[in-house]
Design a protein around this ligand. Structure first.
Ligand code: DGL
Length: 261
């Protein structure tokens, strides 16, 4: 393994940074290429066919250009729809991000869990399967939110979230039959942990949030065990469409390099 080979993180937007953060905490020397499909954003309102066609093709180009040691699809929507196709197409290890239903079931006392994701994610058979395997004794309620994705993007671009708008989105879970009993919410979109403090502030007391980021970071450590890291690495942010908005965002996020795919 070449020392400078990066870990490639991929998302539609800034959401995957919620997976990068716990990874950086465990692997501070890992060179990171973060790719955001700004030209395809948002994914959550797209069809399965669009995601299935777009994601493997983009990742193929990114892998060719950056030669990563590992690919992390830091997006639940892309992972629940296209993970198998990406793995089949690439000759590099691929880690996906799927809703953290298993840890949520381990945490829940009320046995009522909320899954907050994009509309595309919450309708996936992959989610039915996770619920059946890991939370068969729980009621698993789902809500798809496009608004939270936009609110998270806006937060990282400098606009603080409006608490009333966040509360309205949580109501999509709590207003469902049995919703009042939810004690754990799965942040099943990587954008949502970026809003966790603000969501917790408007959620009923005692409701806890969980996401896949920390588990993925541990998995990355495991998969790169024994590999060498460079003494110094400059992280790169790549966009599929690079306009002034993306350049401003990149500067605000502290990335040294910004590139267009
Ligand atoms: N961050 C993505 C996810 O985890 C998708 C957000 C979007 O583009 O709708 O599902």
């Amino acid at each position: 393994m070449i020392e400078t080979a990066p870990i490639l993180f991929f998302d539609s937007g800034v959401g995957g940074l919620s997976v990068v953060a716990p990874t950086r905490a465990l692997l501070p020397d890992a060179p990171i290429v973060y790719a955001a499909d700004s030209a395809g954003f948002p994914y959550g309102t797209r069809s399965e066919a669009e995601i299935a066609a777009r994601v493997p093709a983009l990742l193929g180009r990114l892998v060719e250009r950056y030669r990563p040691r590992l690919v992390v699809i830091a997006c639940n929507t892309a992972s629940t729809i296209a993970l198998a196709a990406v793995r089949a197409a690439l000759d590099v290890g691929v880690v996906g991000t799927v809703p953290a239903i298993k840890p949520a079931a381990a945490m829940s006392r009320s046995r009522v869990i909320g899954v907050l994701g994009t509309a595309a994610t919450v309708r996936q058979p992959y989610v039915d399967d996770l619920a059946a395997r890991f939370a068969s004794d729980c009621t698993v309620l789902r809500h798809g939110s496009a608004a939270l994705v936009e609110i998270a993007e806006a937060k990282l671009a400098g606009t603080p979230p409006d608490p009333a708008a966040l509360a309205r989105e949580l109501d999509g879970l709590f207003a469902q039959p049995r919703g009042a009993a939810i004690d754990v919410i799965v942040n099943a979109c990587t954008h949502f942990p970026l809003l966790e403090a603000e969501l917790a502030a408007v959620a009923p007391d005692g409701v806890r949030f969980v996401d896949g980021g920390p588990g993925i970071a541990r998995r990355i450590v495991h998969l790169t065990e024994g590999q060498a890291w460079p003494a110094q690495a400059d992280d790169v942010l790549v966009f599929t469409r690079l306009s002034d908005a993306e350049r401003r965002l990149a500067a605000g996020l502290g990335f040294a390099g910004v590139e267009a795919l």
